[in-house]
Design a protein around this ligand. Structure first.
Ligand SMILES: [Zn+2]
Length: 102
């Protein structure tokens, strides 16, 4: 989100000062209203760890690519890894569709 936006210097500064703690609180509140459980998960390494073999590689651009062939948009990888952390499972790509919460 932060890298692709350019609304001029002042607007950019505002965007970069977004208070993520406040956004988190609002999201938590909205979710609670409709009965959705939320949990804070660290994003550390989530866009660097291969979903297929669990090795870490630093993506050089928006696309993650593992030397063994796995590739995905790194935000997609980050999301899937955060989900895997939440579920406490070592995620293997082929198993994703059949995991316990669907
Ligand atoms: Zn891999």
């Amino acid at each position: 989100m932060r890298q692709n936006l350019d609304y001029g210097k002042k607007a950019n500064q505002k965007l970069h000062q977004w208070n993520f703690g406040s956004i988190r609180q609002k999201l938590k509140y909205k979710c609670a209203q409709v009965g959705i459980h939320t949990e804070l998960i660290s994003e550390e390494y989530t866009s660097q760890e291969c979903l297929s073999c669990r090795k870490r590689n630093k993506p050089k651009n928006r696309n993650y690519r593992c030397s063994r062939g796995f590739s995905w948009h790194r935000d997609g990888l980050g999301s899937a890894n955060i989900r895997a952390k939440y579920l406490g499972e070592i995620l293997v790509v082929g198993l994703m569709a059949r995991s316990k919460t669907g």
